[in-house]
Design a protein around this ligand. Structure first.
Ligand code: FMN
Length: 199
């Protein structure tokens, strides 16, 4: 059993990092012999996608050494994802959406022929049979009944792009009010939920 653990907060005193670590601790207790691959996106240098990304649509057998070198970070990140049975992503909300490191990672792992293919002109996700868990942290509140619900561009985007690559077994745990007086209450509730979810 392999778990890919991804952190994407740029903050040292990060709440999402504490919560993904909690998930991993419980998961390890429940999966003796399980293997955790850790990817910290705040310390991984991921170049932005450029025009050279067109190489991902070429026949792999025709790639030049320069193209192979360009794609090496994408190859590495994609291989980690493909190897995992379970994926846990810590995602802080920044400006109503995801952090730049997480976006940079997504740009590298949405990869033609590896994580999605085209069948009869329609994209098909290739990552079936994996379980994905996204723990989001937010300063405010974005639940369906809140006045700011429409400003949540984090879950809809992550749901869309992770589904695109075939991650349909997708669970979101939103840990809100982390910049409000109720922060500790919501954090404690999240820890209890994680203890159940990480089984
Ligand atoms: C650059 C930046 C932008 C943020 N934007 C939002 C936002 O749009 N909405 C919100 O509710 N909280 C926002 N916050 C608050 C964070 O979501 C909150 O501090 C959360 O705990 C961050 O996760 P972390 O502790 O793992 O870094 C922002 C924080 C930062 C640093």
């Amino acid at each position: 059993m392999k778990l890919l653990h991804i952190d994407s907060s740029v903050r040292a005193n990060s709440i999402s990092r504490r919560l993904t670590a909690q998930f991993i601790e419980v998961w390890k207790r429940n999966h003796a012999g399980g293997d955790v691959i850790y990817r910290d996106l705040a310390t991984t240098v991921i170049p932005p996608v450029t025009d050279d990304w067109a190489a991902t649509f070429a026949d792999p057998a025709t790639l030049t050494p320069v193209q192979k070198a360009y794609l090496s970070i994408s190859d590495e990140l994609t291989a980690e994802l493909l190897a995992a049975d379970t994926i846990v992503i810590g995602s802080p909300m920044y400006n109503y959406s995801i952090s730049a490191p997480l976006k940079a990672w997504l740009d590298q792992i949405v990869r033609m022929g590896k994580t999605f293919g085209i069948s009869a002109g329609t994209p098909v996700g290739l990552l079936g049979d994996k379980r994905a868990m996204v723990i989001t942290t937010r300063g405010g509140v974005y639940g369906p009944d809140s006045p700011t619900a429409a400003l949540d561009f984090q879950e809809p985007y992550l749901r869309a792009i992770l589904s695109f690559i075939g991650l349909s077994d997708l669970t979101f745990l939103h840990v809100e009010r982390q910049m409000k007086p109720e922060a500790a209450i919501d954090f404690a509730t999240a820890v209890a939920q994680i203890n159940e979810l990480a089984k």
